[in-house]
Design a binder for this molecule. Structure first.
Ligand SMILES: Nc1ncnc2c1ncn2[C@@H]1O[C@H](COP(=O)(O)OP(=O)(O)OP(=O)(O)O)[C@@H](O)[C@H]1O
Ligand SMILES: [Mg+2]
Ligand SMILES: [Zn+2]
Length: 419
C-alpha cells in the first residue's frame, strides 16, 4: 500500500502548512478571480501536485466554482484519481518536445467536456526543451478562454523568464519537523502502525528533510522492516541517521583538541556500517543545531556546548563540512580525507586559521588584516583558500589536496601557523 498516495489531502483544509498558497488559491476561487497560469515551485513531496489538483477540483466541482470542493462528486473523484477528461496531467520530463506541446495547443482549443475549465498541469515544467517552451509561450500570450495552466517545478531557475513572467508564482516551503511529526502521528494512528516512542517519528521526520512524501514513505518502510511495532533501532538502521550524541562527543573532542579519539570515533562509525555520506549528512544537521543553539534560536542537545564555540569556530566548522562534502564525491578513498578534515577542526589554534572562512563568507575582518606579524600567514592561508576554491569548482584532485596539506604544514615549519 502506498500510504503517501492514500493520504494525499482531498480538501484544502487537510493540506499541511503552505498556508500562504492555500489562502491565495482559495481566495481566487471564492472571488472568481481565476488566472490563466500558475506556477508552484519547491522541493519534492511538499504539496505541489496536491495543490494543483485541489485547485482543479475547486474549478470543476459540480457544486460550482468553490474554495471548498466537495470531494465526492464525479468530477472531484475523477480528478483525485487523475482520470478526468478536462484535467490533463503532463509529465514535463517525458513529454519534453515541441510535438507534445503542439498537441497540447490543439487540445486546449476545444471547450471543456464535463467541467467549466480545462486545467493543464505540467509537472517538472523546467524539463521542456527551449522549442517546447517557446510554443508554450505562444499559448500563454493568447490564452484560450476557460483554460488554466498550472506548472509545477522543483527547479524554477531553469524555467524561461518569459514563461515565468506570465504566471502567478507560488513558492512552497519545505515542511517543518513538527508539522511532519504531527502528520505521521495521524497516519500511524489511522493505519494502526505502532512505534516504540515519539523518537521514532522524530528520526523519520529528521531524515526526510522537509519532504512529507519521503517522510510517509519512510514510515511505511520502517513498518514493513520492523514487522510490527517500529523500534528506534530499526528506524535508525533504515534512515542511516547517526545519533546526534555522536556529534556531541566529536564536538566536545574538538574543543579538547583530542585528535586521537576523533579518529577512533570515525573508525567506529565506519565499522558500524554507516556510510561516510550518512556521517557527513548527520554532521551537517548537528552543525545546524549547534549554530541555532549558539544564537539561542533554539534550545537543543548542543546548547551546553554552543557557548563554548566562538562564532568563527562555528563558521570554520561549516566550511570544513562543505570541504568534506566535496571530497566525499570526488575521491576514491574519501575516509582519509574525512579524518583530515576532522583533524583540521581539532587544530583550530588561532583565529587566523579562519581567514579562508572569512573569505568564504565574503566579509572582512580588518582587525586581523592590520596585524602586520600575521600577514605572511594570512597570505599563505589565502593561497590555501584559493586551492580550496579550486576544489569547490570541481577542478581539484587528490594532488591539489595534498598540495593544500603541504601548504598548511609549511606554515607549521615556519613556526607560526595554525597546525
Ligand atoms: N503539504 C502537504 N500536506 C499534506 N500532505 C502532503 C503535503 N505535501 C506532500 N504531502 C504528501 O506527500 C504526497 C506527495 O505530495 P505531492 O505529490 O503534492 O508532492 P509534490 O510537491 O508534487 O512532489 P514532486 O515534486 O515530487 O512532484 C501526497 O500524496 C501527500 O501524502
Ligand atoms: Mg508533483
Ligand atoms: Zn465536487
Amino acid at each position: 500500500m502506498n500510504l503517501a498516495l492514500k493520504y494525499r489531502p482531498k480538501t484544502f483544509s487537510d493540506v499541511v502548512n503552505q498556508k500562504h498558497v492555500v489562502v491565495t488559491l482559495q481566495n481566487a476561487l471564492k472571488t472568481l478571480n481565476i488566472g490563466n497560469a500558475y506556477m508552484l515551485t519547491g522541493p519534492r513531496g511538499i504539496g505541489k501536485t496536491t495543490l494543483a489538483r485541489l485547485f482543479a477540483k475547486g474549478l470543476n466541482c459540480e457544486k460550482g466554482v468553490t474554495e471548498d470542493p466537495c470531494g465526492v462528486c464525479e468530477n472531484c473523484r475523477e480528478i483525485d484519481e487523475s482520470r478526468n477528461v478536462d484535467v490533463l496531467e503532463i509529465d514535463g520530463a517525458s513529454n519534453r518536445g515541441i510535438d507534445q506541446i503542439r498537441e497540447l495547443r490543439e487540445n486546449v482549443r476545444f471547450t471543456p467536456l464535463k467541467g467549466r475549465y480545462k486545467v493543464i498541469i505540467i509537472d517538472e515544467v523546467h524539463m521542456l526543451t527551449t522549442e517546447a517552451f517557446n510554443a508554450l509561450l505562444k499559448t500563454l500570450e493568447e490564452p484560450p478562454k476557460n483554460v488554466v495552466f498550472i506548472f509545477a517545478t522543483t527547479e524554477p531557475n531553469k524555467v524561461l523568464d518569459t514563461v515565468k513572467s506570465r504566471t502567478l508564482r507560488f513558492d512552497l516551503r519545505p515542511l517543518e519537523k513538527h508539522h511532519i511529526i504531527e502528520r505521521l502521528k495521524k497516519i500511524a494512528n489511522l493505519e494502526n502502525i505502532g512505534y516504540e516512542s515519539d523518537d521514532v517519528l522524530d528520526l523519520i521526520a529528521e531524515a526526510s528533510t522537509g519532504g512529507l512524501r519521503d517522510a510517509i514513505s519512510l514510515l511505511e518502510q520502517a513498518y514493513i522492516y520492523s514487522q510490527g511495532t517500529i523500534t528506534l533501532e530499526k528506524a535508525k538502521e533504515l534512515t542511516g541517521i547517526l545519533p546526534q550524541e555522536i556529534y556531541y562527543e566529536i564536538l566536545s573532542l574538538i574543543l579538547e583538541k583530542n585528535s586521537k579519539e576523533i579518529v577512533e570515533i570515525i573508525e567506529k562509525v565506519v565499522a558500524y556500517g554507516y556510510s561516510l555520506e550518512d556521517f557527513h549528512k548527520s554532521f551537517v544537521r548537528a552543525a545546524e543545531s549547534l549554530l541555532k543553539a549558539h544564537y539561542r534560536i533554539e534550545n537543543n542537545l548542543f546548547s551546553p556546548l554552543a557557548s563554548k564555540f566562538t562564532e568563527y569556530q562555528i563558521l570554520f566548522l561549516l566550511r570544513v563540512l562543505k570541504d568534506m562534502e566535496l571530497d566525499l564525491k570526488g575521491l576514491s578513498n574519501p575516509k582519509i580525507f574525512v579524518d583530515f578534515h576532522l583533524l583540521r577542526l581539532s587544530k583550530i589554534e588561532s583565529e587566523l586559521e579562519l581567514l579562508p572562512t572569512v573569505n568564504f563568507i565574503n566579509s572582512s575582518t580588518p582587525q586581523l588584516n592590520n596585524n602586520n606579524g600575521s600577514q605572511k600567514i594570512a597570505r599563505g592561508l589565502s593561497e590555501a583558500s584559493q586551492l580550496e576554491s579550486n576544489t569547490a569548482n570541481g577542478e581539484s584532485n587528490s594532488k591539489d589536496i595534498r598540495q593544500y596539506m603541504i601548504e598548511k604544514l609549511k606554515l607549521k615549519e615556519d613556526g607560526d601557523g595554525p597546525f
